[in-house]
Design a protein. Structure first.
Length: 124
């Protein structure tokens, strides 16, 4: 194992020596790469935010259109199902109102007894 003094001697420079050019270039390259990575990450995130905003805007516009269609359909339903309109159309088709004493309620017929039903004949 190296002693701290020997490690110090490796990095020690003479007092008037300039910093190594290689060390400065490596430091600048690392700094440039870090700044480029930060810039790319920021632009990517901003792009994602803009894309999400565009999708949200498109969806909001579609919701607005669907609400308008729903409102129009509800209005049309209210107009088409109004009792006065139905009464007028029925009169145009020749229908008349019936007196309450002429109204008959028809109940479904009960099933015929088994003996009265025709039998199925098996064919071979």
């Amino acid at each position: 194992m190296m002693s701290p003094a020997s490690v110090y001697r490796i990095f020690r420079r003479p007092a008037d020596a300039a910093a190594s050019v290689r060390l400065v270039i490596v430091a600048l390259i690392v700094l440039a790469l870090a700044l480029t990575a930060i810039g790319v990450i920021r632009v990517t995130r901003q792009h994602d935010v803009l894309r999400a905003g565009f999708k949200l805007s498109k969806a909001s516009e579609q919701v607005r259109k669907l609400r308008e269609v729903k409102r129009q359909l509800e209005l049309e339903y209210a107009v088409q199902s109004s009792p006065d309109r139905i009464r007028r159309l029925a009169t145009q088709l020749g229908m008349t109102t019936v007196a309450p004493d002429k109204i008959r309620v028809v109940t479904p017929a009960t099933e015929a007894p088994r003996a009265a039903r025709p039998r199925k004949v098996a064919t071979r």
